[in-house]
Design a protein around this ligand. Structure first.
Ligand SMILES: C[S@@+](CC[C@H](N)C(=O)[O-])C[C@H]1O[C@@H](n2cnc3c(N)ncnc32)[C@H](O)[C@@H]1O
Length: 297
C-alpha cells in the first residue's frame, strides 16, 4: 500500500482538494521567498505554522528550524499535507487545536509563527483578537508572526464585473494554450475565484456576509460548470470548487476580510508592531493579498 492509499478517506479528500488548488490561494514560490526574507530566530528557530500549509512547513524545515509544529483543528489535515510536502516531515509536530484556544505548552516557546490564509478563516474582529492575544503569549519578545492574508481593496469591488472580465480574459488565454497549459490556467482560475468570493462578500467591518458568500459561490460554480465541465481536466479540478452549502453554514469558509488599517490597529492593540507589509500578486486584484511581519513587543 502506498502512502496515499494508507490515508483515511477524509485525508484523501483533503489531499485531492489541495492538489487541485494553486496560487493565489496557495503561496507561490516568490511568496515563499518573501516569508524567508521575514524569517527571524535564525537557524534553530522554534516555528509554528498556523494551518498545515505544506509550502510553509517545508520552508521551516529547509531553514533549519529546531522545532516545526503545525496547528490545525482538523486531525486529517496533517497526513494529507505531509503527502504534498517535499521535505522530510518526520520531526514535524502535529498540534490538533483551535487557534482561538490557548495551548499552555506553547507559552513563550516560539520565535516565529507562519500562516497563509490562516486568520482569514476566522471572524474579524472578535476571533482575530482572541487568536492574536494567544499568539502574543506564544511568541518571545522580538519574535514574529509572518502572515499572508486577504484584505479589502481601497476601491469598491464589484464581483459581477470582476467575474465577467476574468472569464473573458481566461478564454482568450486558453485559446492560445496547449492542453497542459490550459489545465494549469483552470487550476489558477478556480483558486483566484475562491479569493474573489471572499472579497465580494466582506462588509465594511471586515466580517464576511455568509449569505452573500453562498450566493457568489453559486453564481461562480454555475458559470464555471456551464463553461468548462466538458473539459477533461474538470474531473480532477472540480473538487476545488467552493461549496455553496458550506458557505451558507459558515463551514470551511473564509470569515474575516478586513481593511488593512483595521487589522494593523488590532495587531498593535494585541502587542505587535508591524515591521513589514507588502502586496503580493495581482489576482484577483492588486492589494487583495498582503504579506506582513508583525513583531511581538
Ligand atoms: C491555513 S487555512 C487557509 C489556507 C489557504 N491558503 C487559503 O487561503 O484558503 C486552512 C486550514 O485552516 C484550518 N483552520 C481553519 N480555522 C481554524 C481554526 N479556528 N483553528 C485551527 N485550524 C483552523 C483548516 O482546518 C484548514 O486546514
Amino acid at each position: 500500500m502506498n502512502l496515499v492509499e494508507s490515508l483515511s478517506p477524509e485525508s484523501q479528500r483533503l489531499l485531492a482538494v489541495w492538489n487541485a488548488l494553486a496560487p493565489p490561494i496557495r503561496p507561490s514560490p516568490r511568496e515563499i521567498e518573501l516569508y524567508a526574507r521575514c524569517w527571524t530566530g535564525g537557524a534553530g528557530a522554534q516555528v509554528l505554522v498556523q494551518g498545515m500549509t505544506s509550502e510553509l512547513v517545508d520552508l521551516a524545515i529547509r531553514q533549519g528550524a529546531s522545532r516545526v509544529s503545525g496547528m490545525d483543528w482538523r486531525e486529517a489535515m496533517f497526513p494529507a499535507m505531509r503527502c504534498l510536502g517535499k521535505e522530510d516531515w518526520s520531526q514535524v509536530e502535529n498540534i490538533v487545536c483551535d487557534w482561538r484556544t490557548f495551548n499552555p505548552q506553547l507559552e513563550g516557546a516560539l520565535d516565529l509563527v507562519l500562516g497563509d490564509g490562516s486568520l482569514t478563516m476566522i471572524a474579524f474582529p472578535e476571533d482575530w483578537e482572541r487568536a492574536l492575544q494567544i499568539l502574543q503569549r506564544y511568541i518571545v519578545p522580538g519574535g514574529r508572526a509572518v502572515l499572508r492574508l486577504a484584505f479589502q481593496l481601497e476601491e469598491d469591488f464589484d464581483f459581477g464585473s470582476y467575474l465577467g472580465k476574468t472569464l473573458a480574459h481566461f478564454d482568450r488565454e486558453c485559446a492560445k494554450a496547449t492542453p497542459v497549459q490550459r489545465a494549469g490556467l483552470l487550476r489558477g482560475l478556480i483558486a483566484e475565484i475562491r479569493l474573489a468570493i471572499g472579497l465580494g462578500s466582506a462588509g465594511q467591518t471586515g466580517a464576511v456576509d455568509l449569505g452573500r458568500r453562498a450566493d457568489l459561490t453559486r453564481l461562480s460554480c454555475t458559470e464555471l460548470t456551464a463553461r468548462y465541465s466538458h473539459w477533461t481536466e474538470w474531473e480532477t479540478l472540480q473538487v476545488a470548487l467552493p461549496s455553496e452549502e458550506n458557505a451558507r453554514k459558515g463551514i470551511r469558509t473564509g470569515k474575516g476580510v478586513p481593511r488593512w488599517e483595521a487589522a494593523r490597529q488590532l495587531l498593535e492593540a494585541c502587542g505587535f508592531r508591524v515591521r513589514h507589509v507588502e502586496w503580493t500578486g495581482t489576482r484577483p486584484a492588486p492589494g487583495a493579498m498582503r504579506l506582513f511581519a508583525a513583531e511581538r513587543e
